[in-house]
Design a protein around this ligand. Structure first.
Ligand SMILES: *Cc1c(COP(=O)(O)O)cnc(C)c1O
Length: 394
């Protein structure tokens, strides 16, 4: 069985209004980084997440960079031109994530220390984080991701940060619309970011946002994102600036997508449930979440093969074999995001585990991301499930 049209991991799903709002930007000539689309998406996202301010930016990475810089400035003051705001200081970061979560720590001349993942949600392990503070008691900043749209153990992580007087950056790039104890992700950190990259739950084709309750921080991010111009008749600069503002055309796409967020989440949840039912009886588990306390946005469905079922022969399979079989059907799976402590880029950076067990490496070795596109039909998904089942038949 081979699909004629490729089934993607997660691709943009458009609805029509995106084009209308882009056209409106064109026809009214608001073709720059100012306009009604930007105002509207900032208002709507702030309302959805439950924060006072949202600042539309060119990418989630830009939002994370400015979040990291704000944290650095809060902790150590405004650096001179040519200096990063983190001055070589260590920062505790989620380990199993996309590199964009924590590359900004390096942009700001900080040193990422990686905190291992826990098995309950695949996110930062609070036990490992506490241990890291015992080893490095001077650390003042933590960067936390909600991987694949599954909320992390927010209460535990926040309590540890509070106890150690550390600030928290929340990377909700993959989890827009997910909630923890009834509160939306993207509102828990001292500094928060979401993304509208093409593969996310809703998209602007690109784009991201900085989210906060602090007017001062929102104003500062807006200023930094537009080249840090001081109010003066000429170009006056007291701080380093960036060209990170969202375009009003891109904001038109986001504006057209926003009314479909809950619909996308419902589709993603149905995909997750269909995999869960279809794979029942195999020696595999779906990516786990804390059903009592959190509602994921189910952005990506993933699975992990039981330890004793990794290998060749009847009743066994490997992620590589399953990914190959899925690919042969013209569908896109992907390995688990490779943990940062295993990346050549961050070789030599410290990595703290809860108990000596490398949980991230284990999930990477036994897990995989399944085709999770909103436009995948139930029939296509059933065919993918059948292919996965065949992989275990030896
Ligand atoms: C996509 C993503 C980002 C970066 O967002 P962009 O909008 O692509 O810059 C950051 N962190 C995580 C976890 C992501 O998945």
């Amino acid at each position: 069985m081979r699909f004629e049209k490729r089934v993607w991991l997660a691709s943009p799903t458009m609805h029509g209004d995106e084009l209308r709002y882009m056209q409106e930007a064109y026809e009214t000539n608001w073709m720059s980084t100012v306009g009604k689309n930007i105002d509207e998406v900032e208002r709507q996202v702030a309302e959805k997440v439950g924060v006072k301010y949202a600042v539309a930016l060119s990418a989630g990475t830009a939002a994370l960079h400015l979040a990291t810089r704000l944290a650095g400035v809060r902790l150590f003051g405004v650096p001179k031109a040519g200096e990063g705001s983190l001055h070589g200081q260590k920062v505790f970061c989620s380990d199993m994530t996309f590199a964009a979560t924590l590359n900004p720590v390096a942009y700001e001349n900080g040193e990422a220390v990686f905190i291992d993942s826990e098995r309950d949600t695949w996110n930062m392990d609070p036990v490992a984080l506490e241990k890291a503070f015992e080893i490095y008691p001077d650390v003042k900043l933590v960067v936390l991701v909600h991987l694949y749209g599954t909320p992390a153990k927010v209460d535990e992580i926040r309590a540890i940060c509070k106890r150690h007087d550390a600030l928290l950056i929340e990377d909700a790039a993959e989890s827009f619309g997910a909630s923890y104890k009834g509160v939306q992700t993207g509102s828990f950190g001292d500094f928060n970011a979401i993304s509208f990259n093409g593969n996310k739950i809703i998209t602007g084709s690109s784009g991201g946002m900085y989210l906060t309750d602090s007017k001062e921080d929102a104003d500062r991010v807006r200023k930094w994102s537009t080249q840090s111009r001081e109010p003066a008749p000429w170009y006056q600069h007291e701080e380093i600036g960036y060209n990170y503002r969202m375009s009003n055309v891109i904001a038109g796409v986001v504006r057209g997508q926003l009314p479909h967020l809950e619909e996308h989440i419902a589709q993603k949840r149905a995909i997750y449930e269909r995999y869960k039912a279809g794979l029942a009886g195999l020696p595999v588990q779906m990516n786990p979440y804390d059903a009592a306390n959190s509602v994921p946005n189910f952005w990506l469905s993933c699975m992990i093969i039981d330890e004793n079922a990794i290998g060749e022969g009847r009743g066994k399979a490997t992620p590589a074999k399953i990914l190959e079989s899925i690919s042969a059907m013209n569908a896109e799976g992907r390995p688990i995001w490779k943990p940062m402590h295993m990346q050549p880029l961050y070789a030599g950076h410290a990595f703290v585990t809860a108990s000596g067990d490398d949980v991230g490496a284990d999930i990477f070795a036994r897990g995989l991301c399944l085709p999770s596109d909103n436009k995948m039909t139930p029939d296509q998904q059933e065919a993918i499930i059948a292919t996965i089942r065949e992989c275990f038949e030896g």
